[in-house]
Design a protein around this ligand. Sequence first.
Ligand code: BG6
Length: 536
Amino acid sequence: MAQTATVENPLMLGLPEEKRPEPFALVIFGAHGDLTKRKLLPAIYALYVQNLLPEGFAILGTSRTEKTDQEFRDSMKEAVIKYSEDLEFDEGTWERFAPALYYRAGDSKNLDSYKEMKSTLEELQKSRGTMGNHIFYLSTPPSLYMPIVTKLAESGLAYKRKGSEPAWPRVVVEKPFGHDLPSSIELDSTLHDVLNEHQIYRIDHYLGKETVQNIMCFRFANSIFEPIWNREFIDHIQITSAETIGVEDRGAYYEEAGALRDMLQNHLMQLVALVAMEPPISLDPESTRDERVKVLKAIRPLSPETIDNFSVRGQYGDGFVLGNRAQRYRDEINVSPESSRETFAAMKLYIDNWRWAGVPIYLRSGKRLAKRLTEIAVQFRKPPKQLFDQLGGSIYHEMPKSESPNVLVMKIQPDDGISLKFATKQPGPTTQIRSLTMDFRYGTAFGSRTPSAYERLILDALIGDPSLFARSDFVEASWILYQPLIEHWEKTVPGKSNDKGSEIHHRPFPNYDSGSWGPPESDEMLAIEGHAWREL
Ligand code: BG6
């Protein structure tokens, strides 16, 4: 039975005004899919448990699969129990939450489904006090984004909200936002035909991670790092996002996407922007988003002459990952046995502005690598004179020549935290220099539960705060940067046509073993500059 709704949840009153969502109905397209089970429902439930939702709310799941409200509630309960890793499940709390869940099967290309959805939402407005505020979450294959948005508009469910209108429609779009530059422009223009920019929430879940949000706090809430955060003191930056998993059951998606579109074009570019941007003039959403876009636009475009020395692609062969045998990518389900899709990508970027001129930023991301780890490593310049080398047995004998004694590492996951490496004297009668690390770990420092990225982002979309979402010009600037590479990789086959004139020897796929750190080409790319990837 529906509860009687009131506008405010009294337990939320302790929160600042701007952090209290208004009553709402959240419609999830693709409610039968994996993301809904693994991430969305556990996040919404966690918000409920923490009293961060208003009393008037409803979740309406929709997809093609027929099921009743009760079946939907049961499957979501199972998902919440399975995927809410650090939240203890409480039967009583679930019983209070579950009546807010509804389900209607529908065809996302058929206008009649939207008319039915509209009348369901009107009923929910009365029975659950959702006040006509609607948020549509597109968690479907990307090919459905445009048809859904168009039908939402035709049915009157989505429209450009005027300031005076009491209720609002918003749309949350999952990545990838398009497949390349032209398709992303087309998607964006469809969205803008129907909604104002402030009603569009493009999710990049990396922006919702606590450790990613901390990059800005670390840089701009302290005074000691910013003066040395530039080309005078920083030698280069390495950003790694390594996964041990393969493509699992997402072969069909991955054959279309590959590592470049799946990770570099979005998640890693957000990390580049946060680590390299100028301080925003205020924390209002547009100021911070302006700075993120500005730095992206300063990245040097890839030119046909340098492209093969600035980029590397790889595909996993078989091998062992964490002691388990892993099959090669070409043997995965829904993957072509001759696939030339990359499961690893690495790049070298230069930001041509005053702060970063001449400082290489290296990016790499891949599946089936040796370890699951995401980090940003800022390598500072070496001291101008290597005084202690004269003594022998110094730190420089232990570490690769390419590595600096001072590295600041922002660990995004796992073991999230920050560490700073520095050289120190080992106690004893001789001067022996050793490398030490000063470590800060979130888990031990705060001892509290870290909210998931989706919790934060869903809450922000409900509140109407777009700060941690990708703005349309950011997405476009990133596609502009990657478009030449996408076209180049489509036209060439590794190990064949694109070897000419390249200092890197690009070998045919598969070019790295599962459980390794990717293809040797990625090491070659850094070696050209006298650098090496950190040993992780
Ligand atoms: C997703 C990609 O966006 O991010 C996946 O589609 C990838 O392929 C995932 O595995 C990585 O996210 P996280 O939070 O585990 O680093």
